[in-house]
Design a binder for this molecule. Structure first.
Ligand code: DAH
Length: 365
């Protein structure tokens, strides 16, 4: 076969291409059966005189823009066939075999593996925290991430202008100035507003945990991220006392970090609880002896909590009169999921959770 045997293309439509390439493929098979490997190689793949070069010049390069892709794809198939034929070239059935092999699927090769997905470490930690409380009979609730000023702040006893609002650098939705303050939208800075949403929906008793995403206008650093997660808890019933709060959280910390962990409660302030406390656990890295992680104190601060402030119940009473602070009482708590996950898994950069690096995430699979 010589270059003169390459037919002229009658057009670049599918039918013309199909015919032209089919004829070349047939010729390639014939040549491969008739020639020895080197002669076949020279004829088809030769640098100067090779038929494929010629086809490339006359068909592929000449193809008008829109037809380039179709010609290119067929050219690639032809080239693969020629290369496969070359392997088995020779005046024998070997060429036919090679051609068949080129087209066949080798079912003995391993298939394409789909990697199994795994829970993100934040999801996993969040579920773990929730299940500790679920085992105590708590139900699980959620609330909106875009929240009103009323739920995020006002009903949680942060009146307009209250200085405690400044501790939660808030991302607000733009162009809300014409609305009354209480209706203006913001990205919730904590999961506490879902306490009120829950109480408005149901009379006491309440035992609920609320996992969710929260947002603050914080500069990102090793331990701060403008997006993070919290688990909120609320328990309201008759005769709920601070001892119940202590017992519940002590149990939860032992369930999460191991039974050797101790807890202690430090006076603190949150507008929606009175009294309020910060919960510290004995350092899980040094067992309480003092190390770099606990700044030599032996204790690590982990969450906020307190007895629900009567002012919060007063807001709940607007929809559910049964939240009468003279008859019922309750406690609440809130914890940061990233902080707990970082401690449990020894992670030093909060940003690792959100960077989407599979080398990091794959370790939790
Ligand atoms: N909402 C608080 C914060 O984000 C955390 C918190 C503290 C929640 C005490 C509570 C609580 O329910 O009782 O900083």
């Amino acid at each position: 076969m010589t270059n003169e045997n390459i037919p002229n293309l009658t057009g670049f439509d599918e039918a013309a291409l199909e015919k032209a390439f089919a004829s070349l493929e047939a010729q390639a098979r014939e040549s491969a059966a008739a020639l020895d490997a080197e002669a076949f190689r020279l004829q088809w793949l030769g640098r100067k005189q090779g038929l494929l070069n010629e086809v490339s010049d006359r068909w592929l390069k000449a193809a008008p823009g829109p037809a380039k892709k179709a010609v290119g794809q067929r050219f690639k198939v032809l080239k693969e066939l020629v290369e496969a034929l070359l392997e088995g070239a020779g005046p024998s059935d070997a060429a036919t075999d090679a051609a068949l092999r080129a087209e066949a699927i080798d079912i003995t090769l391993p298939g394409t593996r789909r990697p199994t997905g795994a829970e993100h470490p934040i999801t996993r930690t969040l579920n773990e925290i929730v299940s500790v409380f679920a085992a105590l009979g708590y139900s699980v609730g959620v609330g909106p991430e875009v929240e009103t000023d009323y739920y995020n702040f006002e009903c949680m006893n942060f009146p307009p202008g209250h200085p405690a609002r400044d501790t939660q650098d808030t991302l607000v939705v733009a162009a809300q100035e014409r609305k009354p303050l209480r209706d203006r939208l913001l990205l919730r800075t904590h999961t506490s507003p879902v306490q009120m949403r829950t109480m408005e929906q149901q009379p006491p008793p309440v035992r609920i945990v609320i996992p969710g995403k929260v947002h603050r206008n914080d500069a990102a650093d090793a331990t701060h991220s403008p997006i993070f997660h919290q688990v909120e808890g609320l328990c309201v019933d008759t005769n709920i006392t601070f001892s119940d709060l202590k017992g519940t959280l002590d149990h939860a910390m032992k369930a999460l970090f191991g039974s050797a962990v101790k807890t202690r409660f430090f006076p603190s302030f949150f507008p929606f609880t009175e009294p309020s406390a910060d919960v510290q656990i004995s350092c899980i890295f040094c067992g309480g002896k003092g190390c770099r992680k606990c700044k030599q104190s032996g204790w690590i601060e982990l969450l906020g909590c307190g007895m629900v402030d009567p002012a919060v119940f007063a807001f709940a009473q607007e929809k559910q009169p049964a939240y009468d602070p003279k008859k019922i009482s309750g406690f609440a708590f809130g914890m940061g999921v990233e902080r707990i996950a970082m401690m449990k898994y020894g992670i030093s950069e909060i940003g690792s959770f959100f960077a989407g690096d599979m080398r990091f995430l794959g370790q939790f699979a």
